[in-house]
Design a binder for this molecule. Structure first.
Ligand SMILES: [Zn+2]
Length: 557
């Protein structure tokens, strides 16, 4: 296999290259808690903008005995503009030892964990070139995966090595060198050649192309291939004593291969619990359109942590039980009707992997829609009442202290309210759309319009507003860019009710469905007092409970 050659080359040449630290350009006049590294990591720097990532060939040796990883990555790129240094990230203690192009060693300078490689190709605009980067080290160990990120080196119940990567947030450059920014995905996918001790198996993204036995080294190399664009935090390794079973699902785009890799002693439990997988695909194809990666198949892979949306290689560690580790996150009952990790992480195949945020500040696109996908799964299989109850129950979880939107350009996510609050924002917008079928077509339309693309939140917001033919800008600005939950204040008088929005941005004017004396009607409050005239004094005034808002009866009676 090519990786073996690459690895031995790597091992023999690592100590000969000197890598210098780049001089600070003091270009940055930054707020206190933002570092120059944050800007290099989080923005589309000139050293990133001039090239378009085409493909990775990642060859790795994973050694559980020394908790180390070494290998090479061939980075294929297309030249968009006049060439500059090529920026790649790899976080310590991992390090890049050498870069090569056209048979020559390239000069590298560093700034923090950003590496700037001086390419030697012609780099004619429109041409395709490749740089090979060699790397090695003991990657940061994940202690609380998937929350902290890194590599989990552990043993299964039988004492066999069980190793997995998870790196959402911290980024995939925690264990392999790549263009670590969401905006650019390898258009032609990734080939992974992963060498592991011969008694273990490695499961990665896409399809298994070949396995080769390196008898002299007592290892096996697993070649996995993804042909679709893939977000870099989705690339993963899972090394352990796996067994395989699978099925073919007849879906909207034909036959979908669904493969399951679980630890050998969990096979019986998995065969029962993973029946949820096909039911999940069925529900989500109904709501979101065809599964986005038929060519790369769908997989569930057991992992030594809770789970992660690794593209076409969803990792699972929910203990073969319903709920979230056996609990109902909504506390309303319906959360125990499904396996949270299968449903939530599979939902990300549409929102995170198909439609990917360019900037992690817009990560709510991943988590809000996927949070809402849990309700949509329930709605498809158990009905609207059950689903809506689950969605309302999840309103216990948001803190409403910080915005869902993060800080653009500096690798800063928004608050974790992007999950449950985000889902309820979408549920509220669905009420505004006021048609289940139109809402479904918007969700399907998003997955078509932005198929295999990286997007900004604004693009998604505009698409929804245009399709719904609603002015949703104040709604998104309120719920995504402000931490407060709108409060409908009302004042019941003789033959009128006065209403206004409080606790909001100035322009907030969301219509809302209310019930006055048993009669349902839409009202459109603004932040100024407004009068609803009635024939007689209202005996009851109720706000439709599907809207995520608070209310205050000014007179309190
Ligand atoms: Zn998620």
């Amino acid at each position: 296999m090519s990786c073996i050659a690459a690895l031995s080359a790597c091992n023999t040449t690592t100590k000969t290259v000197e890598i210098k630290e780049r001089k600070s350009e003091s270009l940055f006049n930054l707020p206190k808690d933002i570092t120059e590294q944050d800007v290099l990591r989080g923005s589309i720097t000139p050293e990133r903008a001039w090239w378009d990532l085409q493909h990775y060939t990642l060859s790795l040796n994973v050694d559980p005995a020394t908790k180390s990883i070494s290998g090479s990555n061939v980075i294929k790129y297309k030249v968009l503009n006049e060439a500059q240094a090529l920026q790649i990230e790899l976080q310590p203690p991992m390090k890049i030892t050498k870069a090569e192009q056209n048979g020559k060693t390239l000069e590298i300078t560093t700034k923090g964990y950003s590496y700037f490689i001086a390419t030697n190709a012609d780099n004619k605009i429109g041409s395709e070139e490749a740089v090979t980067v060699y790397f090695e080290g003991m990657p940061k160990e994940a202690i609380r995966a998937p929350w902290d990120g890194g590599i989990t080196w552990t043993k299964d119940e039988q004492g066999t090595d069980f190793v997995a990567s998870a790196n959402q947030g911290i980024g995939s450059s925690i264990w392999w060198p790549n263009k670590d920014h969401g905006y650019d995905e390898p258009d032609q996918g990734i080939d992974m050649h992963v060498e592991v001790p011969e008694h273990l198996m490695n499961i990665s993204n896409g399809r298994l192309i070949s396995t080769s036995h390196n008898q002299d080294r007592k290892t096996k190399t697993y070649h996995w291939k993804v042909i679709n664009p893939i977000n870099n935090y989705g690339v993963n390794i899972n090394v352990g004593d796996y067994v395989h079973f699978g099925e073919t699902y007849r879906g909207e785009k034909g036959a979908l291969d669904m493969d399951y890799y679980v630890l050998s002693y969990n096979l019986d439990k998995a065969k029962k619990q993973f029946k949820e997988a096909a039911r999940t695909i069925e529900a989500f194809e109904h709501w979101f359109g065809p599964y986005p990666f038929y060519e790369d198949s769908f997989k569930l892979v057991e992992a030594p942590y809770l789970g992660m949306e690794h593209q076409s290689s969803v990792t699972y560690g929910n203990g073969y039980q319903n709920g979230y580790l056996g609990r109902d996150r909504s506390q309303a009952g319906p959360g125990l009707l499904f396996d949270f990790i299968i449903v939530h992480e599979a939902g990300h195949e549409w929102f995170a992997n198909n439609i990917t945020a360019k900037d992690v500040a817009d990560l709510w696109i991943h988590e809000s829609f996927t949070n809402y996908s849990e309700s949509l799964f329930l709605e498809y299989h158990f009905g609207k009442g059950t689903a809506f109850k689950y969605q309302r129950g999840s309103r216990r979880n948001p803190q409403n202290q910080k915005t869902i939107e993060g800080l653009h350009g500096v690798h800063r996510e928004g608050s974790s309210d992007m999950y449950d609050k985000g889902g309820n924002v979408l549920h509220t917008i669905r009420q505004l759309v006021d048609s289940d079928e139109k809402w479904r077509q918007i969700l399907r339309g998003l997955n078509k319009e932005f198929y295999h693309q990286t997007v900004t939140a604004k693009q998604v917001e505009r698409y929804i507003a245009e399709q719904a033919q609603l002015n949703l800008a104040p709604v998104f600005d309120q719920y995504i860019r402000d931490a407060r939950i709108p409060m409908l204040e009302y004042f019941i008088k003789e033959k009128e009710i006065d209403v206004r929005w409080a606790n909001t941005i100035k322009s907030f004017d969301m219509p809302i469905k209310v019930n006055i004396d048993g009669e349902e009607r839409w009202i459109t409050p603004t932040t100024k007092w407004q009068t609803i005239s009635l024939a007689k004094q209202a005996q009851s005034f109720n706000i439709n409970k599907e809207f995520y808002v608070g209310s205050l009866n000014i007179l309190g009676d």
